[in-house]
Design a binder for this molecule. Structure first.
Ligand code: 5AD
Ligand code: SF4
Length: 442
């Protein structure tokens, strides 16, 4: 039972957890494999943010169980935390909660020692550090660095506070040491991760140590300046929560070239009554004030957002407020979701009364509005130069390279493999719907 295959669903935090799980397993003598068919242990790192995401793992468990070889099946991540022992009935033998990643090898040992099943839904323990071995990172150029886990916001539709528990900020020194290590290893970009990065709040003196020298209106703004001072080439962060999005974050971006010109700030709705029902803790006007601060930045900061259509009780007029907000904000990108009931949340007590057809219509309508705006924004890049971190060959064309700009646009251009892993300048020549094309600037 030595070869482990891990399949990851969901957000970047899950990717980071998979890297951490792989680090722990390798240290305990396990072998990680990319080939499911040769694995002794198949681990699913799961997402439960919407029903469809949560269903995926059950489909995959079924597929693995029907296969002729009989690997041990384990579930980690959000579905593991929420479903717990119920997963044993699906033929799963190992259940690892969202804060038990470090104990994964110990749980596997118990099964190898003869126990039929193992489960751990507990909290992180004192002294467990969030280190990840470079060998297990998903990319040799871009690294995910969690800065805060969990969520205390309890938006009425959201399962995350249940699946990931209370907010827990990582000690500043640990984060800074990790970024410095990554820089020494040649990483060009870090993504500071958290369900709400701007809620970053180390609790004790020792957790705050390392930030003293850096000014800032909030601990997150200080952390941003401290991370910028490491000299890491590019720093991105996601996700920001509108209520706690202090304008000093924009000031920090203004001050530091390596803090990238991109902010992801999910609004969810443009109507105040719906925002109240969602328990977001801000109004449309509050949100617009944040957006205006972002738009006043010295460099143009690309802005992206998330929207939920068809929240319980959302009327057509209320939905129209979301459409008008999307027009006003002119997002560089927008992720639109149809409301999906999550059992156990406050909103689950409300009737899911917007019909599936109506949700679909609102989704398509908003998508159309956004497409028009995005086309305009993307065309605006033609003729401009962007700094692109080349991440690899384009999946669609063998002669093309692909990467991301500092403003988080996908940029494709022709070039040789020697450029992979480097930051280059690309002049944009063509705008596609979700990407840009350009030419390498010598
Ligand atoms: N239904 C639909 N979308 C949801 N999201 C979170 N919970 C739900 C839900 N119950 C969306 C939000 C969030 C994104 C990650 O997923 O827009 O910002
Ligand atoms: Fe999905 Fe949210 Fe869990 Fe990430 S934190 S895996 S988005 S439910």
């Amino acid at each position: 039972m030595k070869r482990v295959y891990i399949e990851t669903f969901g957000c970047q935090m899950n990717v980071a957890d998979t890297e951490r799980a792989a680090t722990r397993l390798r240290a305990a003598g396990y072998e990680l494999t990319d080939r499911e068919e040769e694995a002794d242990v198949v681990l699913f790192n799961t997402c439960s943010v919407r029903e469809k995401a949560a269903q995926k793992v059950f489909t995959r468990i079924g597929e693995v169980r029907r296969a002729r070889r009989r690997p041990l099946i384990g579930v980690m991540g959000c579905v593991a935390q929420l479903e717990g022992e119920a997963l044993f009935e699906e033929g799963v033998r190992l259940v690892v909660g969202t804060r038990a990643t470090d104990r994964l090898p110990a749980l596997l040992e118990r099964i190898r020692g003869g126990e039929r099943r193992a489960i751990d839904l507990g909290e992180r323990r004192e002294g467990e550090v969030w280190d990840v071995s470079p060998a297990e990172r998903h990319s040799p150029y871009v690294a995910f660095v969690p800065i805060i886990e969990g969520c205390n916001k309890f938006c009425s539709y959201c399962i995350v506070p249940f699946s990931r528990g209370r907010e827990k900020s990582r000690p500043a020194r640990e984060i800074l040491a990790e970024v410095e290590q990554l820089r020494a290893l040649g990483y060009q970009e870090v993504h500071l991760l958290g369900q709400n990065v701007n809620s970053y709040r180390p609790r004790t003196e020792s957790e705050r140590a390392g930030l003293e020298a850096f000014p800032g209106a909030t601990p997150f703004a200080r952390l941003l300046r401290a991370v910028a001072a490491t000299g890491m080439e590019r720093i991105k962060f996601t996700t920001s929560f509108p209520r706690d999005f202090h304008p000093d974050i924009v000031a920090a971006i203004d001050e530091h070239e390596n803090l990238c010109d991109w902010v992801h700030l999910p609004v969810q709705s443009g109507n105040d009554r719906v925002l109240r029902m969602m328990r977001r803790g801000y109004t449309r006007a509050d949100y617009m004030a944040r957006v205006e601060a972002i738009k006043r930045a010295r460099r143009r900061i690309a802005l992206t957002s998330d929207i939920i259509v068809g929240f319980p009780g959302e009327t057509r007029e209320e939905f129209e407020d979301t459409v008008s907000l999307v027009r006003e904000c002119e997002f560089d990108g927008l992720y639109i979701f149809k409301y999906s009931v999550r059992p156990g949340t406050r909103a689950a007590a409300l009737a899911d009364d917007v019909s599936p057809e109506e949700k679909r219509e609102r989704f398509l309508r908003l998508e159309e509005v956004q497409r028009e705006i995005q086309r305009r924004i993307y065309r605006g890049y033609i003729g401009r130069e962007l700094k692109v971190l080349v991440e690899g060959r384009s999946a669609k064309s063998l002669v093309d390279l692909t990467g991301h700009s500092t403003c988080n646009k996908v940029v494709n251009f022709a070039g040789g493999p020697e450029l992979i892993g480097r930051v280059v300048r690309v002049r944009i020549t063509e705008a596609k719907e979700h990407s840009l094309r350009g030419e390498l600037v010598a």
